[in-house]
Write a protein of this length. Structure first.
Length: 337
């Protein structure tokens, strides 16, 4: 019998839950895609999973630099990593219950309503940033969904393992406006406005000229609102404290720092170190800091090959925009020398 809890614990994943009937209904009614093979659509269940990622600091916005930066969520190919984990679980489910490959649907960064499904699975709420906020991890998370047939024994296992989970889906943002105040283009002033969001333009291309000053040396990925979320900072700070503990040993200095955060630490102990130890070398690309001069000299085809297999290698990533913006940065660099 498969234990979902044991499987995810071994992977360093600690926040997941069964998809409620409302979540399943929402998936089927809110997308034009066929969520899962037609012959198993009548009785479907599934899970939602959160994968936290480490925020990289020091991505300054100055254009006067010889590097370009990649947002923390795309520096490593966490999308591929989470998909790979769920594929491994899917293989176990197929083997135990005699299912076919098409009987199970895995969704990571797809057109399925992943954020809303995670909320309906009580894994958090949609914050003022427009992103999912989990009370443990904050908003520095990737969401994975898995749909599969509602086989009695399999479904009962899920119910038994998630029955005692006490997660939350109502907003805990309160009067906090950290993400709103931090957004350099005021994309969150009146709810989320995608046409004011730097990340939107970096994902589609054609960024208006007056946004380039705010873009700075970011080749791809703006995570300012994620970094400013107090829930995100809390978990990320706990991770840094765990690293300090390794350096300080059993000294009283550590105990003093530990006491400040003990109440909210949850599963934070060495989470990132353990997760990152499972990444393949190919999944650790492209990294957070890239040489501007090297990339600026590449053709579109060379850029495509350079980013192949990374989170910047998706078909919809606008490499033409990357090329144009790096040319802009190079010209800015020359004007200042």
């Amino acid at each position: 019998m498969i234990s979902f809890t044991e499987f995810f614990d071994c992977k360093g994943i600690h926040v997941w839950n069964i998809l409620s009937d409302r979540a399943i209904d929402h998936i089927f009614t809110s997308t034009k895609e066929i969520p899962i093979a037609e012959h198993v659509q009548k009785e479907v269940t599934g899970i939602a999973v959160l994968l936290p990622y480490r925020l990289i600091s020091g991505t300054e916005s100055s254009t006067h630099t010889k590097i370009v930066t990649v947002g923390s969520f795309a520096a490593y190919n966490y999308y591929h990593f989470l998909t790979r984990i769920l594929q491994e679980l899917a293989a176990k489910i197929r083997a135990e219950y005699g299912l076919h490959r098409s009987d199970i649907r895995i969704s990571v960064n797809s057109k399925l309503p992943e954020k809303e499904s995670a909320v309906l699975a009580n894994l958090g709420w949609i914050g003022k940033s427009g992103l999912l906020v989990n009370p443990l991890y904050g908003s520095a998370v990737l969401i994975g969904l898995m749909l599969f047939p509602k086989i009695d024994a399999l479904f009962q296992t899920l119910v038994n393992e998630t029955d005692s989970k006490n997660y939350i889906n109502n907003s805990q943002c309160g009067s906090c406006s950290a993400c709103i105040d931090a957004c350099p283009t005021h994309a969150l002033d009146n709810g989320f406005s995608k046409h004011l969001c730097l990340q939107y333009w970096m994902s589609t291309g054609g960024m208006p000229e007056h946004f380039k000053l705010h873009r700075g040396n970011h080749l791809y990925g703006c995570d300012v609102c994620i970094k400013e979320c107090p829930y995100t900072q809390q978990f990320q700070d706990n991770e840094r404290l765990e690293h300090q503990k390794g350096q300080l040993g059993d000294s009283g200095q550590w105990e003093g720092e530990q006491g400040k955060h003990r109440e909210h630490r949850g599963h934070s102990s060495k989470v990132f170190t353990y997760l990152e130890s499972q990444l393949k070398e190919s999944e650790k690309r492209p990294g957070s800091y890239l040489p501007l001069e090297l990339l600026a000299g590449m053709s579109i085809l060379e850029l495509k090959n350079y980013f192949k297999g990374t989170a910047l290698g998706f078909r919809w990533i606008p490499l033409n925009d990357f090329k144009e913006y790096m040319r802009f940065l190079c010209e800015s660099e020359r004007m200042t020398t």
